[in-house]
Design a protein around this ligand. Structure first.
Ligand code: ACO
Length: 418
């Protein structure tokens, strides 16, 4: 054969080559792997055409990869949305720095977060704990900014007697004796709440080493509820990856942290408080779904009755609020299901605030969404309290403490009407 003629498998090869194999396809390779019986004789022009085709395929594949990459970045709203919202919260805190107390002042993650918060001027801080222990821990960890915090020794400080008196005034009728008060004020969790009650601090953040109950009890006894509320509850911001549910994947879940079994009146308060928190923290217009295992009378049970009554009470308390119930989770979130199960509802299919009928459901629900759907859960943000006190998970990170301190500061700003 003449040297300008090449043996390749043009017609026989292409149909057998998968899309993924195209970039590696080369006439030379084809020539070497295809049985002689299939080989056709083509002239040089055909080879040039084939080469161009191959390069076009490679180019197309590259373009598809780039397009997929760009789509993935821009369609994945969650990280960007979460970063934006948290950054807004941090910026608002910086604009009017609030005085936050960390009762777990010697704890390592708390110290690291405190160092960053003070470095970034997000809040003013009091760390409760033995000042010598705090300084030496900070030194060991190489932290400098944390030394700008107010360090408060719970056993020995100038306002100790004033706080004992305040505690007696608040809890004397509940059986707190002077001896007991003298002991309780040395408990950092009680001391932090007394500081808030006395107006010496704006908010508290704890829970890195203490249980939720231990953090909440002194707050409920001393800081107490905000006017118009008798019930404190805990809300989570849930950032869902690649989701259009709620507000572009941002949902608010409550109560996931405090009230084990709220009655209808308490559930109504949780709904109204959650709508307020959602609006205050994110600016998102709340659409509140009162969740149940029934949608608009599809099931009959006293547990359903509670949710129906709570919805009625919440509407009474907040007539302009977009709230509906009882709704199943799919009717609350999915437009198609909503049209079938709750036609005409202004909330069904578009809910962004989900109110659970009990703590059992709320706590299990948020953890399932966090673990199974990969949602970022920020909270619990306590609501209904006279001043902000927030609880951390004992598994929290330095980043979690930093974010929650900024959220606590935002709540303090909102509570003061600043
Ligand atoms: N809202 C307002 N006030 C309350 C509430 C509430 N939700 N709950 C209790 N109180 C008040 C009581 O009326 C009482 O007031 P008083 O002493 O002035 O009369 C005071 O708080 C203390 O009440 P107690 O009954 O002594 O406190 P209790 O032992 O019930 O503890 C607590 C309250 C801590 C909130 C409890 O209900 C509890 O442990 N809840 C569950 C917390 C929890 O474990 N959550 C799950 C983990 S969190 C997570 O996973 C994110």
């Amino acid at each position: 054969a003449a040297p300008t003629e090449l043996d390749i498998t043009f017609r026989s090869c292409i149909p057998r080559v998968s899309y993924r194999a195209l970039p590696s396809l080369h006439p030379g390779l084809c020539r070497s792997v295809v049985p002689k019986a299939l080989i056709m004789r083509l002239d040089f022009d055909a080879l040039a055409f084939f080469d161009i085709l191959i390069h076009l395929c490679v180019l197309c594949k590259s373009l598809i990869i780039i397009a997929t990459f760009v789509y993935t970045i821009f369609s994945n709203k969650t990280p960007i949305q979460e970063m934006d919202l948290i950054q807004e919260i941090i910026d608002r805190a910086k604009a009017q720095p609030q005085h936050i107390v960390f009762p777990e002042g010697t704890e390592e993650r708390t110290l690291k977060a405190a160092d960053r918060l003070l470095r970034d001027s997000v809040v003013k801080l009091t760390l409760i704990g033995d000042p010598y222990a705090i300084r030496s821990r900070a030194h060991d960890l190489g932290l400098k900014h944390v030394l700008n915090a107010n360090l408060l020794d719970p056993k020995n400080h100038e306002k100790k007697q004033a706080y004992i008196d305040l505690l007696l005034e608040l809890r004397g009728s509940k059986g707190v004796t002077p001896e007991k008060a003298a002991l309780l004020v040395e408990d950092p969790l009680y001391l932090a709440c007394l500081m808030i009650k006395a107006g010496d601090a704006d908010g508290e953040l704890a829970g890195a080493i203490n249980s939720t109950g231990d953090v909440l009890r002194p707050a409920l006894q001393i800081v107490k509820t905000a006017p118009g509320f008798s019930c404190v509850s805990g809300l989570f911001l849930m950032f869902l990856p690649n989701s259009d549910y709620g507000h572009n994947g941002l949902l608010f879940f409550a109560d996931c942290a405090v009230m084990p079994n709220p009655d209808a009146a308490q559930l109504a308060q949780i709904a109204v408080a959650s709508a307020g928190t959602a609006k205050a923290i994110s600016g998102v217009e709340p659409k509140v779904a009162m969740l149940s295992f029934s949608t608009k009378g599809s099931a009959k049970h006293e547990m359903v009755d509670k949710v129906v009554e709570a919805t009625r009470l919440a509407k009474e308390q907040a007539p302009h609020l977009a709230i509906d119930g009882e709704l199943q989770a799919d009717a609350a979130l999915v437009d198609k299901v909503a049209k079938l199960k709750a036609p005409g509802s202004e909330v069904a299919g578009q809910a962004n605030v989900l109110v659970f009928p009990s703590l059992e459901v709320g706590n299990i629900g948020y953890k399932l969404v966090q673990r199974l759907a990969g949602a970022e859960a920020v909270g619990p943000i306590l609501q209904g309290m006279a001043a902000p006190v927030n609880d951390l998970s004992r598994g929290c990170s330095v980043e979690d403490i930093y974010k929650m301190a900024a959220i606590t500061a935002n709540q303090a700003i909102a509570a003061k009407g600043l």
